[in-house]
Design a protein. Structure first.
Length: 210
């Protein structure tokens, strides 16, 4: 139609380690309008919502919640990534006490893991991030008493776009028939057909006892 205004793509960002494909695919199955999904570094997860790049973002806590809607999704266990030659690699699991005298690398995960692979220090990251940056010269061990990493979906409170509500519904598992913001009403159950009693068998005439 001439003069029609094309709607801007719905933009969803996600931080490393988060795999949003199942939700993005459900969106594409239900809607024909364009969806733009892209990766951002963890330190950008809040700013990407305020600088006009994204409408929603899959974030990793902690995050300043001021001015944001936020829905917790799932938690990930922490692991310690180290060189395959590191002494801690001899352990099956690692505790915080084991890390007391060990250099902990910080900064972007990829760079921190590269530093650990070179034999300098170790890095504590969520398991999905460790898998994302896996290398042959590093190994990981579960940090048994470490704090879990919470993944959530965030968007600005002042964002007026009905598509956000629909995307929230998809993430929460609502079906197409579900109303916005409400749980899907259960379909009326079919009443089981009443079973008719089988016809009584007619008694055959027998001999009467005297």
């Amino acid at each position: 139609m001439a003069g029609a205004v094309q709607q801007q793509p719905f933009r969803v960002a996600f931080v490393p380690g988060v795999m949003p494909d199942k939700w993005l695919n459900r969106w594409r199955e239900r809607r024909r309008d364009p969806l733009d999904a892209f990766l951002v570094e963890t330190h950008e997860q809040r700013s990407v919502l305020y600088d006009g790049r994204a409408d929603m973002c899959f974030v990793r806590m902690p995050l300043d919640r001021d001015g944001l809607h936020l829905i917790p999704l799932y938690a990930e266990e922490p692991v310690v990534v180290m060189s395959t030659e590191h002494l801690l690699s001899l352990l099956d699991e690692v505790t915080r006490d084991d890390l007391a005298d060990v250099l902990l690398n910080d900064g972007p995960a990829r760079q921190a893991i590269e530093t650990a692979a070179a034999g300098t220090g170790v890095v504590v990251v969520p398991r999905s991030v460790a898998r994302l940056h896996h290398r042959k010269d590093v190994t990981m061990r579960r940090l048994v008493d470490g704090q879990e990493s919470q993944v959530a979906l965030a968007w600005r409170r002042d964002l007026d776009d009905p598509r956000t509500e629909e995307f929230v519904g998809i993430v929460r598992g609502r079906t197409v028939q579900s109303s916005r913001g409400e749980a899907k009403e259960a379909a009326p159950k079919k009443q089981p057909a009443k079973r008719q009693a089988p016809p009584r068998q007619q008694r055959r005439p027998g001999r009467r006892r005297r």
